[in-house]
Design a protein. Sequence first.
Length: 567
Amino acid sequence: MRRLAPVLLALLLAWGVGVPAAAHEERPAEFPDGTGHRPSFLGWDNPRQRVVCKPSSERRIEAMPDGAVKRRNERLLRSCDFRSIQSAINSIGRRHTSVYVLPGTYRESRWANLRRSSYCSHLETSSTAPLASAEYIGSLSSPDTGAKESSNGKSNPIALSYADQRACPHNLNLIAIFGDRTPGNKDISCDSRFCGTQVVGTGRRISDVTVDNDFHKLNGIRADRAGGLYLRNIAFQQAEFNSIYVLETDGFVLDHVVARGNDEYGILAFASDHGLIQGSEAYFNGDSGLYPGSGADLNADNTHFKATRYAIEIRHNRSHDNTLGYSGTAGNSIWAHDNDFFDNATGIATDSLFPGHPGLPQDHARWNRNRVFSNNENYYTRYVDTGVCQKPMEDRGYIDGTVCPVVPVPVGTGVLIAGGNYDSTDHNWIYDNWRNGTMQFWVPAALRDDYDPTHQNDTSNHNHTFANQMGIRPDGTVAPNGLDHWWDDQGAGNCWEDNVYAGGSGTDNFTVQPPSCADGGSVLVPGAPVKDAGFLSCSQYDRSDPTWQHPAGCEWFDSPTEPGHGS
């Protein structure tokens, strides 16, 4: 964990906030140029096709009930030429090829154990530390960069460049699609035969086709600068970092996929544009089920509340039993609607907390028509305090429901804005979150390594929370939140209005009720006392260090009492 210089730390202490542990590490990323587009499904008869199957596929297909799905699988089985998904991808000769994956469990053992060149072996740094993922992703480098000493005493270099990732695709990734064949150019757009690749499971249920990353590669599938990717109807599990990772990609669709049992993220999209995540499920993930981080910063110069365009749309998904259902550092220009976020520690969060993420500070996310409920799961006491998360990854039981929180979050919270601007939380059902229905606090720019004095109050401004059903289920029954709204009184242009509350009136901790949205919302009062959001102490959390598993003074990991039941 990074520690700040004493002067800066004293300044942050005076502000009433703390120093966050590092978020995930990655090479310096940049946004696509925005000329791409969201791809469409090419159907089941794409003449540019590869078919993948397992010896068990024929038996699984025979067991299917009669109908169109069975007939389709029987037809495709006759064309099966590949036993691994990566082999089929590697054979692609032209763009917009469909890789049809027949029912079975795919461990990709050939690629996981691929004999590497001396160059790739030099890049790979193994770690026997029981909690290596957060350190390990930042521990890899090209030969010409120096090494650094890691917390476990190993000599670990820094993050891999795109060129090194492409040259050594299976050092970190079980399945890899790299779309930019000219990595030395400044242009990061997809320009290879892999552009427009579609990887499609052919089963009746998503889990009929499962990619089991039991080798614990950092990523189950990585799509890097892979414009036009369409991934459909496949379950991914047991990655040390992400099940599904989309990076610097302009145009992608993740359609009816499952991401489960991962050390950190289920689905992570980073520095990408023209994306869609739909009809999917994410659970048992140590960070968030869905992470649209550093979305293309399309609205960076937009000072209006309404977004000009959204980079990534997230709809009709279920994200549950994770540390967070949804999170996104610099989650810019994201529209998440008609999803279910439930039984997490925190339902939805966005932030401007961590440096190294393009697009900071965060702006213009919209969450509407979602159901955000019962986010009260305390995995800190259940699995960190009991020592389960100190075991080797393969012994923690991720597939059976163990969740080892990577980051600190306030257990029992529905929607959290930790330093965002122009965010809209509207027309949602937010209920049965025992600490806070919504929570918002200011984050000074110093936390993202921006020390310009004029930037320190540039977060938690112009956020609107309106027309939500608070403490009320969709069927009209009452399920109260602890507080409906928690706010630190900071920022300009924030407003809460036209929400419907169980019992007729909401609960909040506001010192002064802000004006309406039409009247401009809250007024910034520089130098006003800052309410303690808990972040000062809780930000020191480190699940791998017993000293910092429960930082002194942190109440976020205390299980909140169910409203209406006890004190």
